[in-house]
Design a protein around this ligand. Structure first.
Ligand code: NAG
Ligand code: NAG
Length: 358
């Protein structure tokens, strides 16, 4: 009995040390110069504040647990996964939005986010809410690259970009909002739509590779069927007290993730000198849902903002009551993770995905 307990503690300590070691070792030998982020609200720290769109989070209660306790446009109560990541990499405290006028050339050298809430790999998804398409985001990055070249010269700029980590979180809006929500897209099978999305993903990676990018981290889909809004939209009438993850949507998410991993393997062979890591968010989030106590959380089926069942964006506002302790929640609103979840996922990224880039 005692021996077992002792054994468990020691093994846990060793495991923790080993995993911390892997991330730290990778970080120190990779010499990552900067992080450039692309995609949707998961990585948008406030670019959408500068667009005419309803997909924004620059009002309370968003950002209530940030150091300044003010909304920034981040779709959470606090920091995003990329904020924790740049801090773990020792680059800076938080990853700023590219469109922030306060971002100067020196700040740009260590990275920025080009992501736009509401965006997707399908331009239709982005246009529906007037977010920046992935093409718009790449154009903006080209402008940023021009600024970097002017600041440090062409040779140094090549080093900065070649040693930068290009991270992506995108696809959830395409499947959750466009595919499951817009009937006319159903001319595609789910698998056909995934092929269409991944084809677009491939072109984006190729364009960045041609601009000198070499290190990529591509995240897969979360368990879409466990997003609170999806559970709410799919409640069977007369049974709405029973909240369960929608199995078919999770099966679809995993099918997409399998194809994304196959695409990564193909690109890895084709793009000389590149390193492309798959970042699995599906399994870590499922583990949080299945074993919440392991992570010190209690609520996994609804968000902290309002009823937690459907509030997000404009419906989660200064007048919406929030839960007293967001760090007890997997989700902050009906679709976006809480800061607690982002912190957990950032550690998974650092320890599991970063070593894949070596
Ligand atoms: C990392 O950076 C250091 C200091 O600039 C340099 O000495 C080393 O060669 C770099 N390592 C790699 C793998 O680029
Ligand atoms: C650039 O921005 C950083 C932080 O936002 C600031 O500390 C620094 O002084 C700025 N540099 C210049 C040259 O304005």
């Amino acid at each position: 009995m005692w021996f077992l307990l002792f054994y468990t503690i020691i093994t846990n300590l060793l495991l923790r040390q080993a995993s911390t070691g892997a991330g730290a070792a990778a970080a120190s030998s990779l010499n990552i110069t900067a992080v450039f982020a692309f995609g949707d609200s998961i990585l948008d720290p406030g670019n959408n504040n500068h667009l005419v769109t309803v997909a924004r989070a620059d009002y309370r209660p968003y950002g209530q647990d940030l150091p300044e306790k003010t909304p920034t446009g981040r779709f959470s109560n606090g920091k995003l996964i990329t904020d924790f990541a740049v801090s773990l990499l020792g680059l800076k405290e938080m990853l700023p939005p590219y469109l922030d006028p306060a971002l100067n050339d020196t700040g740009l050298l260590t990275g920025a986010s080009f992501a736009s809430a509401g965006s997707g790999l399908d331009d239709l998804t982005a246009r529906e809410v007037n977010a920046m398409t992935m093409g718009d985001q790449l154009e903006l990055f080209e402008k940023g690259l021009e600024r970097i070249r002017r600041k440090v010269g062409a040779k140094e700029a090549r080093y900065v970009v070649g040693n930068a980590l290009f991270v992506f979180a995108v696809g959830t809006n395409d499947v959750a909002r466009s595919y499951y929500g817009l009937p006319f897209i159903k001319t595609f099978t789910s698998s056909g739509y995934h092929d269409f999305l991944l084809n677009n993903f491939e072109s984006i990676i190729l364009r960045l590779y041609n601009m000198g990018a070499r290190m990529f981290g591509l995240s897969g889909l979360p368990p879409v069927g466990c997003l609170p809004i999806q559970m709410t939209l799919n409640l069977s009438p007369g049974d709405f007290l029973k909240r369960v993850c929608i199995n078919q949507q999770n099966v679809d998410s995993q099918a997409y993730n399998t194809k994304l991993q196959a695409l990564i393997s193909r690109l890895q062979v084709r793009l000389k000198g590149s390193k492309i890591a798959y970042f699995d968010v599906f399994n870590p989030m499922m583990d949080m849902i299945n074993n919440p106590q392991k992570y010190g959380i209690e609520h996994t089926m609804e968000g902290c903002c309002g009823t937690g069942l459907l509030e997000l964006g404009p419906l989660c506002n200064a007048l919406t009551p929030t839960c007293p302790n967001p760090s007890n929640y997997l989700f902050w609103d009906a679709i976006h993770p809480s800061q607690k979840t982002y912190h957990t996922l950032a550690k998974v990224f650092y320890n599991n995905a970063l070593p894949l880039l070596l």
